[in-house]
Each structure stands twice: as structure tokens, then as C-alpha cells.
Design a protein around this ligand. Structure first.
Ligand code: PLP
Length: 373
């Protein structure tokens, strides 16, 4: 890479003066935590996704973990999730002592294949944790029907999918617990943070208590009715979230138009396929721009070639069951979930963020075309 080459990052948060203004207001108020910004952020978030209730937490992982605790998942239980996801989708119930059971994915959507989920159920299965990977809604109706039929808990990992819709309804509005995440590469950010949505007042009460060291509303100072965690979101983080939520429509529109631009630019690049289009039941919220390379293309060489030109890209996503700690702990091996593994070996993420310069997108696609040729 020559010194003059400007780096095109893989991701970047979209921030302006609004975030700075809100954060400064929190700092000046001296109420940095347990103040008024968190409830304001929760109210705005619940309204935005159409959820009856929303509880803010310190990360998506914390939200998934606390949801698993509320669902009563524990030692001896098996929980089914997708192998083609971020590790937190499985770690969240492993923290509670449960065993991960993976079901293979659908090669079109890259989300859990409901038939594979059904086949993975045993008498020990306690819950399903479906993922809306790359912002594409999972097969909610089929998966919920399976959970109902077998009496399983259902926690949706929507960490990548704020703004996505299933059958015309926003994710987060379906009343089971759904978890969203706000790391800076997400559709919107709070730096670190997450939200759990639910339709149950009882679950909300537990979420609010468990994130705050198990204190109940009725508890006195330093009295704790339950064994909880410190999974609170600070008001500083909530302030960023409020400013981001105000412009969420704009952020999502910028991402959708950047995705459309990539699709157009990639249309004549042989050997590169793009993510599945929306249909009547599924509306993607654009989180990352992932492409799949044809067999025979050396993905790691392509990534190096892009890197040499200052363009950041990454293999995306590695399978969870093939992570070292998963192999060591449970004996998972290659080709146990062939669709996920085949997908994982060929997919990579290109630079993608709200406000990415269309000329930079051209530079990315030209570099990709040359690397493949
Ligand atoms: C699918 C999925 N699940 C869970 C998480 C965890 O979120 P966080 O990084 O906020 O803990 C992420 C985010 O990186 C994710 O992409």
C-alpha cells in the first residue's frame, strides 16, 4: 500500500453534533448513570420498533444472557442456535451452563433452516435462539410454531437487525424477547449497548431488576431480592442512542442506498454473488455488505489484494462451532453443518457504513474485480 492511499474502513459510525450535544448535557447534569436518559432512550426505542416494552442493557451479549436467565435456561439443557453467527448467540446460554446444539442454515437466507431445527430437538431441548443474520429476518412463523409445539423458550437474536421487518411487522414487536445491539458497526450505535424488547410486563420487571444487580423497584438502598448482574447502560451511552434514534430512518435509508449501489456495481463481476433480496415476508435492514465468492476463488488472497490497496475487508463469518474453545469443549468438527461451513468459507464483508462515499464503493468493486480476474 502506498503512503498516499486513503484507507476505506470496513465500518464506521455516523455521528454529528447531536450526539456531542446530548452527551455533553448528560455530563453537565452529573447524572451519568441511573438518570433520566436511559428511560427516555428505552421509550423511544420501544416506539420505534413497536414493542410494548424495552429494557436497555450494557451490550447485546448482556441482553441475550439476561434473557436466557429469565427463560430459565440452565445446566443440563440444550439450546438450538445457528452455527453461522457471532459467538454471543451461543455463549449467552453457555454462561448458564446449557449445551449448544447447532442446526444448519438455509443456503438462501443464511438463517436457521426450520427443518434442521426440528430435527435437532431432543428431550433435553429447552430453547431456540434464532438469529436474524446480516439483518435478514429469520423464519419466525415456522420457528415459533416449532417452539410452541415442543414447549420451548424463544429468544430472538436481532442484534444485527434493527429496522428489519417480518411479514410487515418490525422485529422487536413480536412479543417474545428480542435482543438488539449497538456496537459502532451496527445500524445505530451507543458505543457499547443493547436493548431487550418484550411484550411481557413480568419479563420487563425481571430485565430491569437483573440488569441492576437483582434489585427490585421495591427494594431499599443496597437490598437485593435476586441474584443479578451489572448490565446497566449508562446515561452517557443512552444519550448517544437518543441522538442516533432521532436519525435512524436516515441511517437506514443511507445504508439501503449504499447496498443498492454495491449491487449495481457488482452485477457484472463474475464469481461474486450478493445477499438475498427482500420478498413479501422479509425486509432486510442493512448491517454489513457480505458477498459470496464462487468456488475456486481464493478468498484470503482477495482480502490481501484489497488490503494492499487500503481497502479493509474480512472473512465473514467464521462458524461458531469451529472456534477453538467450541471444538475443545464439545468436540465439534468440520462438516457437521455443511451449508453453514460452505457459506462461511466463501463469504466476506466489504467496507460498508452509513454515508459511505459512492466513489469509494467504485474503488472497492474495481479492486475486487481485479483481484478475482
Ligand atoms: C448476531 C449477533 N449476536 C450478538 C451480538 C453481540 O452484541 P454485543 O457485541 O453488543 O455484545 C452481535 C454483535 O456483535 C451479533 O452480531
Amino acid at each position: 500500500m502506498t503512503q498516499a492511499t486513503r484507507v476505506i474502513p470496513l465500518s464506521r459510525p455516523y455521528l454529528d453534533e447531536r450526539e456531542a450535544k446530548e452527551v455533553l448535557a448528560v455530563l453537565r447534569s452529573r447524572h451519568l448513570s441511573l438518570g433520566s436518559y436511559v428511560p427516555r432512550f428505552e421509550g423511544m426505542f420501544a416506539d420505534r420498533v413497536g414493542a410494548p416494552y424495552a429494557a436497555a442493557v450494557s451490550s447485546g451479549t448482556a441482553g441475550l444472557h439476561v434473557a436466557c436467565r429469565i427463560a430459565g435456561i440452565g445446566a443440563g439443557d440444550e439450546v438450538i442456535t445457528s452455527p453461522y453467527s457471532f459467538v454471543a448467540s451461543a455463549n449467552c446460554f453457555m454462561y448458564e451452563g446449557a449445551t449448544p446444539v447447532f442446526a444448519d442454515i438455509d443456503p438462501r437466507t443464511f438463517n436457521l433452516d426450520p427443518a434442521a431445527v426440528e430435527a435437532a430437538i431432543t428431550e433435553k431441548t429447552r430453547a431456540i435462539v434464532p438469529v436474524d443474520i446480516f439483518g435478514y429476518p429469520c423464519e419466525l412463523d415456522e420457528l415459533l410454531a416449532i417452539a410452541d409445539r415442543h414447549g420451548l423458550a424463544f429468544i430472538e437474536d436481532s442484534c444485527e437487525a434493527l429496522g428489519a421487518e417480518y411479514k410487515g411487522k418490525r422485529l422487536g414487536s413480536h412479543r417474545h424477547m428480542a435482543v438488539f445491539a449497538f456496537y459502532p458497526n451496527k445500524q445505530m450505535t451507543t458505543a457499547e449497548g443493547g436493548v431487550v424488547t418484550t411484550g411481557s410486563a413480568e419479563e420487563l420487571e425481571l430485565l430491569v431488576s437483573l440488569r441492576n444487580q437483582g434489585r427490585a423497584d421495591t427494594d431499599g438502598w443496597l437490598d437485593h431480592s435476586r441474584f443479578g448482574f451489572n448490565y446497566r447502560l449508562s446515561d452517557v451511552h443512552a444519550a448517544i442512542g437518543i441522538a442516533q434514534l432521532e436519525k435512524l430512518d436516515e441511517l437506514l435509508a443511507m445504508r439501503a442506498s449504499a447496498a443498492a449501489r454495491y449491487r449495481e456495481l457488482l452485477a457484472d463481476v463474475d464469481g461474486v454473488s450478493t445477499l438475498l433480496d427482500d420478498d413479501a415476508d422479509h425486509k432486510r435492514s442493512w448491517f454489513v455488505y457480505v458477498v459470496k465468492l464462487a468456488s475456486g476463488i481464493d478468498r484470503d488472497r482477495v482480502i490481501r489484494a484489497l488490503d494492499d490497496q487500503g481497502i479493509q475487508s474480512r472473512p465473514y463469518l467464521p462458524c461458531i462451532h469451529l472456534q477453538q474453545y467450541m471444538r475443545e469443549r464439545y468436540g465439534f468438527k468440520e462438516w457437521m453443518f455443511p451449508v453453514a461451513e460452505e457459506t462461511s468459507r466463501k463469504t466476506m464483508a466489504l467496507p460498508f457504513y452509513s454515508g459511505i462515499d459512492p466513489e469509494d464503493q467504485e474503488r472497492v468493486v474495481d479492486a475486487l474485480r481485479n483481484a478475482i480476474a
